[in-house]
Ligand binder design. Structure first.
Ligand code: GLU
Length: 291
């Protein structure tokens, strides 16, 4: 039997807060309890928002908390080739298509449909599902647009993708979902519609790189905040389409601010660095997050 593998996978686009500390500590503790491995992964595909000084600060905060992780750390921006290979498989399997619509185009199209009655479906984050009108664009037209330099993302044709799934698509949940459910959860990737597999500026997206990395790193346990519970449905589908075996999941509670709202990287009060400067110890942080 190979060892259990856990990972903490922050995006270096801001300082860590108490919620990240909880997630990192929980992953680390569970890995230790299981005699497993603990990995740190830097999710920096977003070149516009990622900063190396945030990565340094993340390492500093985690070390201060008393965590140690394996080196070298996987930094997503060093591995675009891996995501490109996975994307190419989906292109060859004709499961993705170039999507040219701008946000403005999508808004206008939806406004027009909604004016004629009926609410347009939305994803779990409240964003409207992408219209499916480009799925059957003739190959000639696609080529012409690409050659003319039109920017495009690669989106999954969710209907074609679901047809490739044989049997029930589910995952093992050791935490709890939004309705408190644990155990075997049935994935429902359709809630995301034709979701983005590769963004307009990149050969990948959050969903694709997470799935590829977890598989390449042999991650067996994904432990992360409940805000990513629904994202798991899309990830499970990608495992299936790419022939990867899924990890088990534990979606933990989010640490909320005193006002009951989700913490964000822009809120200084619960930033780890500020807490540390105020004289708190790693032990205090553990106590504050209930560990
Ligand atoms: N990088 C993601 C974030 O910082 C987490 C990805 C994951 O755990 O799957 O929200």
């Amino acid at each position: 039997m190979s060892l259990p593998v856990f990972r903490f996978a922050p995006s270096p686009n801001g300082p860590l807060h108490l919620g990240h500390a909880y997630s990192a500590l929980l992953n680390h503790d569970l890995a230790r309890q299981a005699d497993g491995r603990f990995l740190l992964r830097i999710e920096d595909i977003d070149r516009e928002r990622s900063r190396t000084h945030f990565e340094r600060a993340i390492r500093g905060d985690l070390a201060w908390l008393g965590l140690d992780w394996e080196e070298p750390v996987r930094r997503q921006s060093d591995h675009f080739d891996d995501y490109r290979t996975a994307l190419d498989r989906l292109i060859e399997a004709e499961l993705v298509y170039p999507a040219f619509l701008s946000r403005g185009d999508v808004r206008a199209l939806i406004a027009e449909k909604e004016a004629r009655g009926g609410a347009w479906p939305r994803d779990p984050d409240g964003a409207p599902l992408y219209p499916t009108i480009e799925r059957d664009l003739p190959a000639r037209e696609r080529r012409a647009r690409i050659e003319a330099g039109a920017p495009f993302a690669w989106r999954l044709d969710i209907d074609a993708a679901m047809e490739r799934v044989s049997g029930r698509l589910d995952w093992r949940e050791d935490g709890a979902g939004p309705q408190g459910e644990a155990g075997l959860i049935v994935a429902d990737p359709r809630i995301w519609g034709d979701f983005v597999v590769a963004r307009k500026d990149l050969p990948t997206s959050y969903q694709l790189s997470v799935v590829v990395d977890d598989a390449l790193q042999g991650v067996t346990h994904v432990v992360r905040g409940r805000d990513l519970f629904h994202a798991t449905s899309g990830q499970r589908l990608l495992h299936e389409l790419l022939g990867l075996s899924p990890p088990t999941y534990l979606h933990h509670d989010l640490i909320l601010g005193e006002d009951g709202r989700k913490l964000s990287k822009s809120r200084g009060d619960t930033g780890l660095e500020a807490l540390r400067m105020s004289g708190l110890t790693p032990h205090d942080i553990r106590r504050m997050v209930g560990l």
